[in-house]
Design a binder for this molecule. Structure first.
Ligand code: FAE
Length: 547
């Protein structure tokens, strides 16, 4: 197994065995794979970037969760795959010896083509904390859509590079409400377990949690939640929990305990590079072109597709434009990336067969942030693990699930900080603007009000009980709510609407959506386990029926 993690943090032991068991049903598909054009079927795919004029059996746009699942399973079924990723490979250390920058000192590596940081918490004690950085193809994109900033990971591994690793399987009744056309029994017996095993999901040791300094903030969060009668839950994560305990003991280089999050984790977090993508590459059938951006997909002769790709330099300039062909194309560019591509390709006539559902059903997973100011006798700790491990569940009663989040500033802040996922009903639509040539999103900032109201069902009560107040210094001056952003874009090519019930795009056989764009705006919890599980379900069907 190609496990390039610092401590072999990929799937090991029980989880690896569960993973292999979970993939058993794919072995039967391998024989069918020969029906697909075997461009270089017998030879392992080269590591080289894609060449102009190349033909590939399966081209995957994006290397996040959906793309990584598709690549692994197609390769295991005997299909050669080429993945196109607009971000960097993130496999080479910078001049400080580290691949990724820290949250407390963002640099050129931190932001996608910005000259100034755009930190989710823009202020501290009311003072703005953003700073100038050199323009670079950095890891976190703060993409300013109409009325909302959508944060996304850029690079090989997609969102898994920047996210908190919180790996949450929604309650079954909530899943059924989100995706009613999907067999929930099958999801919970087959695909969620397969996704959790494939991602290497684990949970904090509850005994260690009770004494770890770095989770004092979570214990304070628990105390306040429980005193107000709210259920407090531990939340699984893909971080290597053994490694974190060693960080706390001072025996290994620190990552979660050095405030690493948002701009990458140098150690400990099992990003897709260490799990699905490592396994995909180990098949010898998957190659990846980083700093390559797909700009067009259109039908070619023989049922194939012509794909146009810009090769980028690290300041975002195009150094080459390559035209290739593919038998099948998997859109896995993330909710925003996939939606923008499809809306543009439909509007400009490149993919005229796409239906009118393309671009619809986009939501922010109800994300809203807030902080609470604690009393001086209730410190939350100077050293906080950047990896959250707990939440407050008021979904059924108040429409909010609040992650007890860290504020890893390195100093005592006396603040409790939360990212709430709420049942916000608003859905936005992407549309092509012929005047500007851009794809716009019609989300309105005021649409966050239901999210604020739902989050308040938790925090107004806690504040009243504890005699505390909201922090007003984290998102501006005298601004309580972080209502300008989302970490969880979902929808835009919704399952069973823009696609069939397995992600096949209507009107163009051989085109598939296999990422967060399939999910209609909300998952009731953090989304990547659901994106992964749905991709596992869909690719199994596609391999069995289409290849
Ligand atoms: P994604 O992972 O976004 O991958 C799409 C990839 O496609 C990216 O690498 C893009 O660079 C690439 N791409 C886009 N357009 C193109 C193009 N035209 N050509 C080539 N490549 C392209 O998609 N979720 C959780 O469940 N738990 C968490 O704790 C959590 N924390 C988060 C924290 C932050 C700061 C952020 C930003 C997100 C967080 N998320 C979390 C959300 C999660 O990362 C996200 O839902 C998934 O990454 C989405 O997976 P997809 O496969 O849809």
């Amino acid at each position: 197994m190609n496990d390039d993690s610092p401590r072999g943090t990929g799937l090991r032991g029980v989880s690896r065995r569960r993973f292999i068991t979970g993939t058993g049903s794919f072995l039967g598909s391998a024989a069918l794979a020969g029906q697909l054009t075997p461009a270089h079927a017998a030879t392992p795919a080269a590591a080289a970037v894609i060449e102009p004029g190349a033909h590939v059996p399966a081209l995957v746009i994006g290397t996040g969760y959906g793309g990584s699942v598709a690549a692994l399973r197609l390769a295991q079924a005997g299909v050669d795959v080429h993945m196109i990723e607009m971000g960097m490979a993130w496999d080479t250390p910078g001049s400080d010896g580290k691949i990724f920058a820290n949250t407390t000192s963002p640099d050129h590596r931190s932001y996608w083509l910005r000259t100034r940081t755009k930190q989710p918490l823009s202020n501290f004690l009311g003072f703005p904390i953003d700073k100038d950085v050199p323009r670079y193809t950095g890891i976190l994109d703060a993409e300013e859509m109409g009325g909302i900033i959508v944060y996304q990971g850029r690079g090989v591994g997609g969102g898994s590079l920047v996210n908190g690793g919180m790996a949450v399987t929604p309650k079954r009744e909530n899943f059924a409400a989100v995706l009613p056309s999907v067999d929930a029994a099958q999801m919970y017996s087959v695909y969620y377990p397969r996704a959790n095993a494939g991602l290497g999901v684990g949970t904090v040791d509850p005994t260690w949690f009770e004494t770890a300094d770095c989770y004092q903030y979570a214990r304070v969060g628990r105390k306040h939640a429980q005193r107000s009668g709210f259920p407090f839950v531990f939340v699984p994560d893909v971080y290597d929990w053994d490694y974190m305990e060693q960080e706390a003991a001072g025996t290994v280089p620190k990552s979660a305990l050095a405030g690493e999050i948002l701009y990458g984790n140098n150690y400990g977090k099992k990003s897709l590079q260490k799990t699905y993508l490592a396994r995909a590459k180990a098949t010898g059938r998957v190659s990846i072109s980083p700093l390559h951006k797909v700009t067009s997909v259109a039908p070619a002769t023989g049922g194939r597709y012509t794909v146009v790709i810009d090769q980028l330099n690290t300041t975002g300039g195009t150094t080459a434009t390559k035209t290739v062909t593919a038998d099948r194309v998997f859109f896995a560019a993330g909710s925003v990336g996939t939606s923008k591509l499809l809306v543009r390709l439909k509007a400009t006539g490149a993919l005229p067969g796409l239906n009118s559902e393309v671009g619809k059903g986009w939501g922010d997973n109800g994300n809203v942030m807030c902080g609470r100011a604690n009393h001086l006798w209730d410190p939350t700790g100077a050293v906080q693990s950047s990896i959250p491990c707990s939440g407050i569940d008021n979904w059924a009663a108040g429409g909010a699930f609040a992650e007890v989040a860290p504020l890893p500033t390195g100093i005592e802040t006396f603040a409790s900080f939360y990212l709430s996922i709420t049942k916000n009903p608003h859905r936005a639509q992407f549309s092509y603007n012929a005047g500007t040539g851009n794809v716009d999103l019609n989300w309105q900032t005021a649409w966050k009000q239901p999210s604020i109201d739902m989050a308040k069902t938790i925090f107004d009560k806690i504040n009243a009980k504890e005699g505390t107040i909201y922090r007003t210094d984290l998102f501006g001056t005298y601004k309580i709510w972080g209502d300008h952003l989302t970490y969880h874009p979902l929808g835009g090519a919704v399952l069973n609407k823009a696609t069939d019930n397995y992600g096949r795009l209507h009107g163009h056989p051989g085109l598939y959506v296999i990422d967060g764009a399939l999910i209609p705006g909300n998952t009731s919890v953090n989304p990547f386990v659901t994106i992964t599980a749905l991709a596992e379900r869909n690719i199994e069907e596609i391999i069995a029926a289409d290849l």
